[in-house]
Design a protein around this ligand. Sequence first.
Ligand SMILES: [Mn+2]
Length: 298
Amino acid sequence: MALSALSSLLFLRAGSAEQYRRRTPPPAYRPRGRHHRAIFISDVHLGTRGCKAELLADFLACNSCETLYLVGDIIDGWQLKRRWLWSEEQSRVIAEILHKADTGTRVIYLPGNHDEFLRPYCGRVFAGIEIVGETIHETADGKRLLVLHGDKFDGVLGCAKWLAHLGDTAYCFTLALNDRLHALRRRLGLPYWSLSAYLKRKVKNAVEYVSRFEEVVARAATPKSVDGVICGHIHHAEIRRIGPILYLNDGDWVESCTALVEDAHGHMEILHWASSIPASAPTRFSAGAEGEAALIPA
Ligand SMILES: [Mn+2]
């Protein structure tokens, strides 16, 4: 069963995480790391081809913190139901997280929609990782920030849910399909209709979706007597004030490779890990170009 395979991967390996971590060769290029009061990451989508596991494992190895928040969609359980893709680099991400939990970092996992199979375990602790639905993070300067994945606002937005499944690969595929469709429609005597133009319009809607999502999240946080809200879900890192609420989104590790970090004084910042590595550095891949597809909610 898929879940048992996953739990063995996640938790039964916990004992060997340290050996595994030591066995893994260090990255060819290691940018200088930093210590943070807190690190927030989300939308890693482990188990998918799109996950930039090598960059994330390096980021985790290079950056230490007192508290690590895993703000949902860390493991892609939807993909697990279709075709499970796992790599050594993805194992290294798990090993780095477990290493942090083993060496004094508080690790808090807030499940998202892709890892909703963990939601029944909210309130429990596995391998030193606390699983919670949502929580409040208090910054060094006393700001109270609500932390949650953010998918619960999808319903409020009423956005076409199929967009969530449309990656850039699917988009390229539809461009090719467009020609075939056009030929078929012509043979049937139907007027030209562009599937790709239709999808582009939908992607434009996704851009609007981002700003609407941010406003809805901020509005929902306002009556909760918090100073701000930290979430993920839409793969779009951001720090901005929306009315009385500070809206923070930690981005993703599929396209932009971003993390939200807090320093010792409570200052919050978005780190772009991929762009901190010089182009000459020998990495096996580069992060996906930031484009329209990066804005598609997931
Ligand atoms: Mn999500």
